[in-house]
Design a protein around this ligand. Sequence first.
Ligand code: SF4
Length: 358
Amino acid sequence: MTPEDFPLILSFVHPEPPAEGRRILPVFLPFSGCRRICLFCNQEAQTGHRREAVPGALERAESRLRDLAARGGAPLEAAFYGGTFTLLGQRDFAACLTFVRRMRREGLIAGARCSTRPDAVAPPVPDLLREAGFTCLELGIQSFSSSALKEAERGYTRETALAACLRARRSGLALGIQLMPGMPGLDLSAAREDVALAASLAPEAARLYPCLVLEGSGLAALWREGGYVPWEEEETIAFLAEACLTFWAAGTRVIRLGLAPQEGLDAAVLAGPRHPALGSRVRGLALARFLEQRLQAAGFSPKTPPRLDLPRSRQGEFWGHRGELAARYARLGIVRENVHWHEGEEFRLSFAATSGKR
Ligand code: SF4
């Protein structure tokens, strides 16, 4: 038997950093605090919530929290989404901070997070948030490309976006970065640079929202005039899979891929890469690429079929949406007969070495 005949066994876990496991109570404040409406935005379609005065939203959130606590649920994390939280009017902002302090004191929430624009976190905003009990600041960066930001009329530059991320970090808040691949003025290579730069900042979480043309947004008018062409679905999925691998390697969880399903959202999407299973298609492809990279690095040859022992919890993700990845695996000699499932978390690949590399 030559060294080439010895089976190689690779074992590792899924590349995505483990989940925090904390549940969230979203408090949607569509467009609250926004000084102007951004070109691509239609928060009412995106969040499924209509504009509402802040006191009413807080009242509803409190009654929900009390209700959950009465039923013995663990404290949640309050999450203020849908507008520019840190540019709320003084009274509303103070009311939200007081709400968070009070709910924490009463043990109804374990912490809070909010999303805002990077040009709305001047000092002392991050410190005020942290002192009130916020643990995470999510920044709707969308892109670090100054030219794309200009084209999308975002009103800030790469430098502002970077400074905001660093400020959030310095204040001790966990950092969340939201990017919008495919936004006007952003090509594939600039979007890749965005991901690389965002990952280099090692945020705790990333949300990737491929740009969609939503009815009622400024982008809809531009698209109708032929001034904007959205990314194709398959190109977007391939890009997002690559982005997931980059973020995971930096220890960042990708906590959202595409807009969450909301009533009326599909009807509002005029164009763009919207797929009901976008997240699972992306995760499946990311895992496939990760496995391919591991096999290739170990000198695997498709001539000798490998044996795979994989976590049962990843079965759907492995084969992809409606089994779409089966053909891709078959090209490596991986077919259903040589894939085995177990209850653990380990991925084990066994195969004959051809190059002697380990
Ligand atoms: S993208 Fe953000 S800042 Fe712009 S209008 Fe929408 S919620 Fe407001």
